[in-house]
Design a protein around this ligand. Structure first.
Ligand SMILES: Nc1nc2c(c(=O)[nH]1)N[C@H]1C(S)=C(S)[C@@H](COP(=O)(O)O)O[C@H]1N2
Ligand SMILES: [Mo]
Length: 512
């Protein structure tokens, strides 16, 4: 009995491991890359099949299974796969190479199906390819083991038949469990996708419109508004939390008169406002790109805190995200007149999952690590003496005001520039203070004042440009900004840790 089971079970184990590995890979890929494609081979083959179903079969399926037609499809696919894998296992036990080749072909068909799905790119095939390689290894190993088991009667070192069957069953179960886990994760992603679409666009009491003259529209210069899909992303989450707004709540407790807990629907019932805010990461190096500008829409945090009633003596709010990450924000920044938000929308659409859907904090003027909690679910009103945020015991300062900074985007460092008039351009920022002056120096020349684009909000960065008469040779261009308080950014260089990098950004270019 065991000997007859071993071969088909080897094929089933190989198939289960292939799909299990592929589904886990697909979840990781979707969460880290946010791809639009369908990296799951099961979904891709199912989708490709549905797209090619002749109408008579479609009609038959709907007549017979009604709204369960999708379940019927997956059950049908499951049974087909089970039989196909068992047959491949049988073939592999007799003709090893042929079995492996056929298995690889099935894997290749799965990969091809992935590639043909809408929005898919080559990278989406990786989980299926890796899964197929794992499956081939399992198939080969199971084949070898059952072959060895045949001589077990004469060789005490060889595995027993029962052992081989147990290994096959074990691998099938592990692969199957991984497959189910992956599908469940995908359901969570799907729920978030549907919920995001249902929310629709924002309405705000003070709609922010970005004036055209805020964006100089120079080739190579960062656009004034950073599009959501290439907005920098920094967090400690290995996989992006998928938070269903239907179950989301935010609790305010600690040094408050009355604890408050609000649901997502209650949050949406509040009067929303908009803020044009540039988020910056403390880890941004001089000239770096861990910075992005967006119009956020949400409810002012000061109103939520007023509802709870903050007790005397509190000076910090410790916010916690659904995955346990924390930020310690000075109470002042959340209660003064700046627009610190519980943001729901980013650039007119619900927050992307990786930027904190359904709700995140956005606080103008502070680095993200002390303020910009994504997937926020809890706020504890407390003191800096009693509590600390995630990064503070890890060597970063408890307070994280953003430092005045400026960056040259055009020309790029190392660029070859044609001699003649050419723009130097970039961005400068000092959130919640504003930028009043940007100066540029070529080599050891005089500081020249750049032209500033308009500044629709002191909470956002500001673009600048300077026409340059480029002469042939190698040149170094340096920039420095002065904020609205008249303070010029320091030339002293400091690394990001513990409180943010300083120093003037310069680029080297050659002109010919
Ligand atoms: N839940 C959670 N929120 C977080 C973080 C995190 O690790 N986890 N990182 C913070 C840091 S360090 C920064 S710079 C900003 C970045 O926000 P973004 O990824 O939307 O650009 O998010 C902040 N919010
Ligand atoms: Mo950050």
């Amino acid at each position: 009995m065991a000997s007859r089971l071993a071969a088909p079970l080897g094929g089933i184990a190989a198939g289960a491991m292939t799909l299990g590995v592929a589904e886990i890979g697909a979840v990781l890929l979707t969460r880290t890359q946010g791809t639009a494609g369908t990296p799951s081979p099961l979904l891709a083959v199912g989708g490709a099949f549905v797209d090619r179903t002749p109408s008579w079969l479609k009609d038959f399926a709907i007549e017979t299974f009604g709204t369960n037609d999708k379940i019927a499809l997956f059950v049908g696919m499951g049974l087909t796969l089970l039989v196909a894998c068992a047959v491949l296992g049988e073939i592999a036990s007799r003709f090893r190479t042929l079995g492996l080749i056929l298995f690889a072909i099935v894997g290749a068909i799965g990969s091809a199906a992935v590639l043909t799905r809408p929005g898919s790119v080559a990278l989406d095939m990786v989980p299926t390819i890796v899964g197929t390689l794992v499956g081939l290894m399992v198939l080969a190993a199971m084949g070898r083991a059952s072959e060895n088991a045949r001589v077990a009667a004469y060789d005490p070192q060889a595995p027993s038949r029962r052992g081989v069957v147990a290994a096959g069953a074990g691998l099938s179960i592990v692969g199957g469990a991984a497959l189910v886990w992956g599908r469940m994760q995908d359901q969570a992603q799907q729920a978030v996708r549907v919920a995001r679409e249902a929310i629709g666009g924002p309405t705000a009491a003070n709609p922010v419109t970005v004036p055209a003259d805020a964006d100089l529209d120079i080739d190579g210069l960062a656009s004034f508004i950073s599009p959501n899909d290439n907005f920098y992303r920094i967090d400690t989450a290995l996989s992006v939390p998928q938070v269903d707004p239907a179950t989301w709540t935010l609790r305010v407790h600690g040094m408050v008169e009355n604890e408050v807990e609000i649901s997502f629907d209650e949050l949406l019932d509040q009067e929303m406002i908009q803020s044009l805010t540039t988020l910056t990461c403390v880890s941004n190096t001089v000239g770096g790109e861990l910075i992005g500008n967006a119009v956020f829409t949400g409810w002012p945090i000061r109103e939520l805190l007023a509802r709870a009633g903050v007790q005397d003596g509190a000076d910090m709010v410790l916010s916690t995200s659904i995955d346990g990450w924390t930020a310690g924000t000075p109470l002042e920044a959340l209660t003064d007149d700046r627009n610190s938000l519980l943001a729901v929308w980013m650039n007119g659409e619900p927050l992307p999952a990786q930027h904190g859907f359904p709700v995140r904090m956005v606080v103008p003027g502070l680095y993200g690590y002390v303020s910009a909690t994504k997937w926020v679910v809890d706020m504890k009103v407390t003191t800096f003496a009693d509590d600390e945020g995630y990064w503070t015991p890890r060597g970063w300062t408890a307070l994280g005001p953003i430092k005045t900074a400026s960056r040259i985007d055009v020309p790029r460092s190392g660029a070859n520039v044609a001699a003649g008039t050419t723009p130097i351009a970039g961005v400068a920022w000092d959130q919640h203070t504003g930028i009043d002056k940007v100066e540029v120096k070529v080599d050891d020349g005089e500081w020249q004042e750049a032209d500033l684009a308009s500044e629709p909000s002191i909470d956002s960065w500001r673009q600048w440009t300077l026409p340059w008469e480029a002469t042939s040779g190698d040149h170094t261009i340096t920039v420095r900004a002065t904020n609205a308080d008249g303070e010029t950014q320091t030339s002293e260089t400091a690394p990001p840790a513990p409180s943010g990098a300083t120093g003037w950004h310069s680029v080297n270019v050659s002109v010919s």
